[in-house]
Write a protein that binds this ligand. Structure first.
Ligand code: ZN
Length: 244
């Protein structure tokens, strides 16, 4: 991958700041203030995320275009990190065909409690699997997690998070264990849920939840007790439903 010279400069500047902060014993990134979301800088328009998904209002997908999500290469290598507002795993190994178009995964991360609500109800955790197309279009697959059996993939991420003594390292991960058996979804057009809150993001919130253990949720909450953006108004947007 080629890096833009300016991006490289910014990267080295942030690396220097990180070193300076580390030397002062401070946190390396400015955490987002979820208690003061009205102060966030970014796009504030009509088509923001997350939303409350009212299942009774979702419209069935029409037959006149491809509808499936197909994921490939789910055994991935990458790095786990705490990015300042979420626990995240960076990998480019997975690719997807989403409604007939090719996307590549850039990272996935966790929000607790869930950002989207289903008929007004939060899940304890929501995973965002972020995909990018060659033309820059973003698609995010949202997965709801509920308490139950431990989740292998989430455990691998927690085990791989850098700590004061353990540095970041490339780890392998089975993304499959973090996804439900069926990729039926509810789809709408929204935005990133952290600044710059960029719009025109395709959301696919999967219908089937996946389990993680109470202990795993507790560890994630030790990183972020609450990192969900408030529900945004629908403003007449359609929610399209497909599959089981
Ligand atoms: Zn997210």
């Amino acid at each position: 991958m080629r890096t833009h010279p300016l991006a490289a400069a910014c990267l080295s500047l942030s690396a220097l700041l990180l070193l300076a902060n580390a030397a002062r014993g401070e946190t390396d990134k400015h955490p987002l203030d979820y208690q003061n979301q009205s102060a966030w800088k970014g796009v504030l328009d009509q088509a923001q995320s997350p939303i409350d998904i009212v299942t009774g209002h979702a419209q069935p997908a029409l037959d006149n275009e491809p509808r499936e999500i197909v994921l490939r290469h789910l055994d991935v290598s990458g790095t786990a990190e705490d990015n300042g507002h979420a626990v995240q795993f960076n990998t480019h190994a997975t690719d997807a065909t989403i409604r007939g178009r090719f996307f590549r995964m850039t990272q996935f991360h966790m929000h607790a409690p869930s950002e989207h609500t289903i008929d007004g109800r939060h899940f304890p955790l929501e995973g965002h699997f972020v995909f990018k197309a060659q033309d820059g279009r973003l698609a995010v697959i949202g997965v709801m997690y509920e308490e139950g059996a431990a989740n292998r993939g989430i455990q691998e991420i927690l085990d791989d998070l850098p700590t004061a003594t353990a540095k970041p390292r490339t780890a392998t991960l089975d993304v499959h264990s973090m996804l439900p058996g069926h990729l039926g979804y509810r789809h709408y057009l929204g935005s990133l849920t952290t600044p710059p809150l960029t719009q025109n993001v395709e959301w696919y919130v999967l219908k089937q939840p996946v389990s993680l253990s109470h202990e795993q949720l507790t560890v994630l909450r030790q990183h972020y007790k609450q990192n969900n953006r408030a529900i945004q108004p629908l403003h007449g947007r359609s929610v399209i439903e497909f599959g089981g």
